[in-house]
Design a protein around this ligand. Structure first.
Ligand SMILES: [Zn+2]
Length: 226
């Protein structure tokens, strides 16, 4: 392998100074561009905004280290993309349909401790969902009244007041591992797939009345401790 081409590519060391100046200029352009986008941080970017950021990232990065890519075309790209972004965000405030198309819309995924059918339409697995709830000190689904997945993918969790906590599906990893497809002693059991909870007598071959899944686990009853 040729060390010089590994280090410098097609350029020689004199391009390093040029790359330094290009990077400083493009960094300033990026900062100005992000200020003009009007976002305060990268939290809660919608898919549409993420697309804009990726496009700008490519336009900003190339002139930093490609000798044959000039700075002015990149600034034109920045100006056009930011102007379009401002135009589209203006249209979004005027039309619900455009907003839904570009940003998505919030959806209920859990109600009264039961995971709704809409859950499977979301880009969210059970593991990730339970992990997010655990970070809010939820140990079983009976402690949760409602979960909404927002347009940006974040979960909004509304808890049951202590006196309304019902037995529900435990979501601590060790407890979920104890799931079974039959019931050996009478008690309250939750479906591990949807969280539906009911009193069951000993039987073999569990089948959830809500979703048809075939694994259940003893329901948990504790209140949420914050
Ligand atoms: Zn179920």
């Amino acid at each position: 392998m040729d060390l010089e081409s590994l280090l410098f590519g097609d350029e020689d060391w004199r391009f390093l100074l040029s790359a330094f100046v290009r990077s400083v200029i493009m960094f300033i352009v990026i900062l100005i561009g992000l200020r003009l986008l009007g976002k305060r941080g990268i939290h809660q970017l919608s898919v549409f905004e993420l697309g804009v950021i990726i496009g700008l990232g490519s336009a900003a990065g190339d002139p930093m280290f490609y000798k044959n890519v000039g700075i002015l075309p990149a600034i034109v790209v920045f100006t056009v993309v930011i102007a379009l972004y401002r135009l589209v965000t203006f249209l979004i405030t005027k039309s619900d349909r455009i907003e839904t198309l570009l940003e998505g819309r919030p959806a209920y995924i859990l109600k009264d401790g039961i995971i709704l059918e809409t859950f499977k339409d979301q880009p969210l697995g059970h593991d990730e969902f339970f992990a997010t709830l655990r970070q809010s000190q939820v140990s079983h689904l009976g402690q949760v009244e409602t979960v909404i997945i927002e347009a940006d993918g974040n979960l909004s969790v509304f808890f049951c007041p202590d006196e309304k906590v019902q037995p529900g599906l435990p979501i601590l990893p060790a407890e979920l591992d104890r799931c079974s497809d039959n019931v050996t002693i009478e008690g309250t059991y939750s479906c591990v797939h949807c969280g539906f909870t009911e009193e069951l007598m000993p039987s073999s071959g569990f089948r959830c009345r809500q979703c048809g899944h075939d694994k259940c686990v003893a329901a948990a009853v504790g209140k949420r401790i914050v």
